[in-house]
Design a binder for this molecule. Structure first.
Ligand SMILES: CC(=O)SCCNC(=O)CCNC(=O)[C@H](O)C(C)(C)COP(=O)(O)OP(=O)(O)OC[C@H]1O[C@@H](n2cnc3c(N)ncnc32)[C@H](O)[C@@H]1OP(=O)(O)O
Length: 439
């Protein structure tokens, strides 16, 4: 370490620790340190190794539905040695999120006023996003009984973008640059044709005024399925035309990041994710054009959440009744799950395995064995396919070419891997069953 590096070392710190965030509903909360939390990921703002932050003075506030206030005055990034005159990039990046100066008296301007209904889920139609401060115009469904609202539009220019960058590992601002997508241009006014932002708001009262603060959101993109269906996919909002992008950016600059689903950290683990996903499924269930609902590259947490929600939805379907579960996965199950709940076959199969586990007495050896074989049959299917291909290859490959493929066939190793996968799946299923029991 040279002298300069030693000097700089004292300013270095973990940016995940140094950055403090708050979600603030009322003016007095701005100074309430008990509400502080830290980001999970800050490398997208500061880089992996060049970032430096002096002390712990960096601090941001994400207010109500949106705006960000940054009081981080001591953060900067080391100038690249190759270009000493380069600007201090981190500082620029950080202040980029500071759309407006925040003052407690202006809180209400950053909050969203949705419809009067208890909860409202709306789809965002890009062409109708022009007026940014109006409530969402297209109410699609109303769910009564919860004080949270699903709404597509934020009424302010500032979205929870910074929080998205700080809570997702691969968030990106560079989406859809220059790309056109017909789905976005659709003029039929059908919500199933669009990318929807479905947002979850906390409804609260501030001095007699009903306000809505962002809890989380999902972006769902509708793909075309031949010949006349669509397939909503939980995914980032990429591949949009520039015109639409700029319009949506104005509404939700942060939401347009590569964030498929996000519940803001203070609200995680409270059931919001499950309720949001369930609301989305229930909404699409009523659209005949929709084939099924999928997700793009789902994370482990998302799969856990989806398992729980889908099992909860399917458990009342006749084809999944307790007497039918021990008879193996049936076409009836796949069809009913797809037609009534827009669940695809692969997910319906997982649902079946979870529900069957719930009714199986695993202390009875024969029942446990039947269950194990049923699950392992599915888990082993890809390996079996590989084996069939290998058998074909054996007929045409030279011995040295075959050697590497043969090693993949080590049966003992395969059995070990299979058992490991089975145990992992079993643990995941048990967690879902436990959660269902608590609900
Ligand atoms: C398509 C994709 O892959 S998108 C990528 C997913 N997004 C991310 O990873 C971003 C960061 N993470 C998040 O935004 C959220 O954590 C999500 C979306 C993954 C989940 O949302 P959450 O609101 O936290 O989910 P929810 O609260 O319904 O369930 C999470 C856990 O909290 C537990 N929980 C729910 N309600 C309660 C409660 N009232 N009390 C205690 N625990 C609870 C659940 O049992 C569950 O635990 P488990 O996972 O061990 O079963």
């Amino acid at each position: 370490m040279n002298e300069m590096e030693k000097k700089l070392a004292e300013y270095k710190c973990d940016t995940n620790e140094a950055i403090c965030l708050k979600l603030v509903r009322f003016a007095e909360e701005v100074n309430d340190d008990s509400m502080t939390f830290h980001p999970e990921y800050s490398h997208q703002l500061y880089g992996d190794d060049l970032m430096m932050l002096k002390g712990r003075s960096g601090r941001s506030f994400l207010l109500g539905s949106a705006a960000t206030r940054t009081t981080s005055s001591h953060c900067w990034r080391k100038r690249p040695t190759s270009n000493p005159s380069a600007p201090c990039f981190t500082h620029t990046t950080f202040t980029m999120w500071r759309r407006e100066k925040t003052s407690p008296t202006r809180f209400t301007r950053w909050t969203c006023s949705a419809r009067d209904s208890e909860t409202t889920m709306s789809a965002c139609r890009p062409s109708s996003c022009g007026s940014l401060r109006r409530p969402a115009s297209s109410t699609l469904t109303t769910i009564v009984g919860t004080s949270f609202s699903c709404c597509s539009r934020c009424t302010d220019r500032d979205g929870p973008g910074c929080s998205s960058m700080l809570t997702l590992e691969k968030a990106s601002q560079r989406i859809g640059e220059g790309k056109m997508d017909a789905a976005w241009e659709c003029a039929c006014n059908c919500p199933a044709c669009l990318l929807c932002f479905i947002c979850r708001f906390e409804k609260y009262n501030n001095d007699g005024e009903t306000l809505f603060a962002t809890v989380g959101y999902m972006t769902v993109y509708n793909y075309y399925v031949y010949p006349d269906k669509t397939r909503p996919r939980v995914r980032s909002g990429g591949e949009v035309s520039k015109a639409v992008l700029s319009c949506l950016c104005a509404c939700w600059p942060g939401v347009l990041l590569n964030s498929q689903m996000l519940i803001l950290p203070p609200f995680q683990g409270e059931g919001h994710g499950a309720q949001l996903l369930e609301a989305v499924h229930r909404f699409y269930c009523n659209l005949p054009k929709v084939q099924d609902i999928t997700a793009e590259d789902p994370s482990e947490n998302y799969v856990k959440l989806r398992d729980y929600v889908l099992v909860k939805l399917c458990q009342t379907l006749p084809s999944f009744s307790t007497d039918k579960l021990p008879l193996s996965f049936s076409d009836d199950m796949a069809t009913e799950a797809r037609e009534k709940l827009k669940i695809n076959k692969k997910h319906a199969r997982r649902v079946y395995e979870i529900l069957r586990l719930r009714v199986t007495d695993m202390s009875v050896e024969t029942k446990a064995r039947d269950y194990r074989l049923e699950v392992k049959k599915r888990l082993f299917a890809p390996t079996k396919k590989n084996q069939r291909e290998l058998t074909k290859m054996m007929k045409c490959l030279r011995p040295e070419e075959l050697a590497s493929h043969i090693s993949q066939m080590d049966t003992a190793l395969q059995q070990e891997e299979l058992e490991k996968s089975y145990q992992e799946v079993l643990a995941e299923y048990r967690r879902v069953i436990e959660r269902l029991a608590q609900a």
